[in-house]
Write a protein that binds this ligand. Structure first.
Ligand code: SF4
Length: 205
């Protein structure tokens, strides 16, 4: 560390020790301007993967259509999970769909976020006592809930704006890049259970 400080005084970088260099890079990512840039860039690049779980999905079409135009928030619906960073759970999650939601979430790169939409995703909605549904927070870590049956496109737009605020005010994206995991993952069900409900072992991702 002393060598690093000496070199820093001279206005030069010490790159002889990669571990130290990695530690410094991490520290600057947590505290410095780079963290703000990461959070700003992530907040305005929220790309939801196309994953319709239930009838709330109709409102997603309207939300990103020309009238409500959610793209103006930097949010672009995309097809491949590997190029997206947001899942909008569109209503009910059945036990058979839960495995698909988890696999899709696992395929997305960090940092990634989840919005759960509709009364069904809050507490089951009209399927409250049904034998075959699961709550979204048991499947993936949920950041924002949108109430309604179904929520209007304006509410979907509001959820995007609120998520942007959370990411920028709490430094969620930069922290996740540094830490590599989210602490609330412990609440979600094991993938083997989710995929077992549809008769699969869950041994792929
Ligand atoms: S909240 Fe209403 S619109 Fe959305 S999935 Fe449930 S029943 Fe369908």
């Amino acid at each position: 560390m002393a060598q690093v400080q000496e070199r820093a005084k001279e206005g030069k970088a010490y790159i002889g020790n990669l571990e130290v260099a990695a530690q410094l890079a991490k520290e600057s990512l947590i505290k410095g301007t780079i963290a703000k840039v990461v959070d700003w860039a992530t907040a305005f690049s929220l790309w939801p993967v196309h994953l319709m779980t239930s009838c709330c999905g109709c409102e997603i079409g309207a939300a990103w259509g020309p009238r409500f135009d959610n793209e103006r928030y930097g949010s672009l619906p995309w097809v491949s999970p590997r190029q997206t960073n947001l899942i909008i759970i569109e209503g009910t999650v059945t036990k058979k769909m839960a495995c698909t939601v988890r696999i899709t979430w696992e395929q997305m790169p960090f940092p990634k976020f989840v919005i759960a939409m509709g009364a069904c995703s809050l507490d089951g909605g009209i399927f409250y006592n049904s034998y075959n549904i699961v709550r979204p927070w048991q499947v993936v870590p949920v950041d924002i809930y949108i109430p309604g049956c179904p929520p209007r496109p304006e509410a979907v737009a509001r959820s995007i704006v609120e998520l942007q605020k959370i990411i920028r005010s709490r430094g969620v994206a930069s922290k996740w890049v540094v830490e590599g995991v989210r602490k609330d993952l412990k609440y979600i069900l094991p993938k083997e259970d989710l995929c077992g409900w549809r008769g699969e072992g869950g041994g792929y991702s």
